[in-house]
Design a protein around this ligand. Structure first.
Ligand code: GDP
Ligand code: MG
Length: 378
C-alpha cells in the first residue's frame, strides 16, 4: 500500500472529504487539506475511527504504471464478486465446507480442458447472475504468518463454528485477527446442523450468546454480523450462505473497472510440467487477456494462456476471478502485486523500480535498527 490523498481515502470509504479532514484534525494532524497525503497505517486508523471497513482502497502508485482512483472514476466502476476466505477452529468443518462448495455449483468458465495438474487455490461459485469467489486459505497457522498477504486477497471471512461444539479458542483467535484488519467483514456459518442431536435454533442462540461474551454482536443480538446455519453434508443453508455473502458484497460496495488493464495479486506460482512457469493470480481490477505482458512482484511474463480454477481455457479474466497465467519467466511470491504493462521493456523498467523501492525500504529498516541501537547504548 502507498500513501493516498484525503480525497481518495474519502472516496474509498464513501465519506465526504471534509469529514475525513475533520477526523484527521481530531486525530492531531495539522494543515490537513483534501490533497493532504495520508500514509497507509493512518488511513487504516481513520477507517477504524469511522467504524468502517475501508471499502475500496485502491492505493495506486503512478510510478509503477498504475492509475489513481478519483471521484469521477469511482462512479463508473462496476460491482465485482466478493472474495471469501473460510476460517475457524480445527475440525469445525472448513475443508468439508469448501469442498462441498467447490463441487456444488462451481462456475465452469472457458471451454476446452487445459490439463490442469495442480488446483488453483481459489474457485468461483455461480449464484444467479453473479458469483462468489472462495479463496482456499492455507490453514489457520499459515494465515497467521501470511496474514497481510491473505488479508489483501480477501473481502469477507466466513467464520465456521460447529453447532455441536460452539465457540472455541481458535474461533476467538479469528475474531482477534479480524480486529487487526477492519477491511475484512465477518460472516458466521454455524456448521454441522445435520447432526441428529443438534437443534439448529438452539445452537444459533447459544453461539450468538457465546460471541456476545467476546463483544461480537451477531444479527438479532444487537449487531450486524450475519449468522447462517449450514450443513456441508446435506447442503442445507448453502443458498442462504451464498446470498448473505452477496449481500455483504453490496454493503461493502466492492467495485472494479472492467475495461482497464488488469491488476491482481499472486496466490501461488510453480513450474508445471507441460505449462512451464505459471502464476495463479486473483484479478483485482480490470481484464486480463492472452498476450498481456504482466509484472508480478519482481518477475514478468507474457500471457500464453489463461486457465480457470476448473481447468478450462479462458478468453479473459475479470475482477475477483481466480486464474492461472501460463508464460511466466520467473516465479513470483504469494501476495505479490500483478500489473499489466505495455511491453517487455516496460516490464523490466517497472521491476527495476520495484527492486529499488525494496532496497530503499531495507536500508531504512537497517538505519532505524542502527538508530535505536545507538540510542540504547547512550
Ligand atoms: P476443518 O479442520 O475445519 O477443516 O474440519 P473438517 O472439514 O476436516 O471436518 C472435521 C470433521 O467434521 C470431519 O470428520 C467432517 O466429515 C465433519 N464435518 C464437517 N462438516 C460437517 C457437516 O456439515 N455435517 C457433519 N455431520 N459433519 C461434518
Ligand atoms: Mg481442514
Amino acid at each position: 500500500a502507498v500513501a493516498v490523498t484525503v480525497r481518495e481515502l474519502a472516496v474509498a470509504m464513501s465519506k465526504k472529504a471534509r469529514e475525513v479532514v475533520s477526523m484527521l484534525r481530531q486525530m492531531g494532524e495539522s494543515n490537513v487539506s483534501p490533497s493532504f497525503m495520508v500514509e497507509p497505517d493512518i488511513a487504516q486508523m481513520v477507517a477504524k475511527e469511522f467504524g468502517l471497513r475501508t471499502k475500496l482502497l485502491k492505493l495506486r502508485d503512478s510510478e509503477l504504471g498504475r492509475t489513481r482512483v478519483t471521484e469521477e472514476t469511482f462512479d463508473s466502476l462496476e460491482p465485482r464478486p466478493p472474495v471469501v476466505s473460510v476460517m475457524g477452529h480445527v475440525d469445525h468443518g472448513k475443508t468439508t465446507l469448501l469442498d462441498a462448495l467447490r463441487t456444488s455449483k462451481a462456475k465452469v468458465a472457458g471451454t476446452e480442458a487445459a490439463g490442469i495438474t495442480q488446483k488453483i487455490g481459489a474457485f468461483s461459485v455461480e449464484v444467479k447472475d453473479s458469483s462468489v469467489t472462495f479463496f482456499d486459505t492455507p490453514g489457520h497457522a499459515a494465515f497467521k504468518s501470511m496474514r497481510h498477504a491473505t488479508s489483501r486477497l480477501t473481502d469477507i471471512v466466513v467464520v465456521v463454528i460447529a453447532a455441536d461444539d460452539g465457540v472455541k479458542s481458535q474461533t476467538v483467535e479469528v475474531f482477534d485477527l479480524l480486529k487487526e484488519f477492519p477491511n475484512l467483514a465477518p460472516v458466521v456459518a454455524v456448521t454441522k446442523i445435520d447432526q441428529y442431536d443438534v437443534d439448529t435454533e438452539k445452537a444459533v442462540d447459544r453461539i450468538s450468546r457465546q460471541l456476545l461474551e467476546h463483544s461480537i454482536l451477531t444479527e438479532g443480538y444487537g449487531g450486524e454480523v450475519p449468522i447462517v446455519p449450514v450443513s456441508a453434508v446435506t447442503r442445507e443453508g448453502f443458498d442462504d450462505l451464498l446470498e448473505t455473502l452477496l449481500l455483504q458484497a453490496e454493503v461493502l460496495e466492492l467495485r472494479a473497472d472492467n475495461k482497464a488493464a488488469a491488476e491482481g495479486l499472486v496466490v501461488d506460482s510453480a513450474i508445471v510440467k507441460g505449462q512451464g512457469g505459471v502464476a495463479d493470480v486473483l484479478v483485482t481490477w480490470g481484464k486480463l487477456k492472452p498476450k498481456d505482458v504482466v509484472v508480478a512482484g519482481t518477475e514478468y511474463g507474457k500471457v500464453r494462456g489463461l486457465i480457470s480454477s476448473g481447468g478450462k481455457r479462458m478468453k479473459e479474466a475479470g475482477a475477483a476471478e481466480p486464474v492461472r497465467i501460463v508464460g511466466m519467466k520467473g516465479l513470483p511470491k504469494m501476495g505479490d502485486e500483478v500489473v499489466v504493462v505495455a511491453s517487455e521493456s516496460e516490464a523490466r523498467a517497472v521491476i527495476a523500480q520495484r527492486i529499488k523501492q525494496q532496497e530503499v525500504k531495507e536500508l531504512e529498516k537497517q538505519a532505524e535498527k542502527l538508530g535505536s541501537k545507538r540510542l540504547s547504548e547512550q
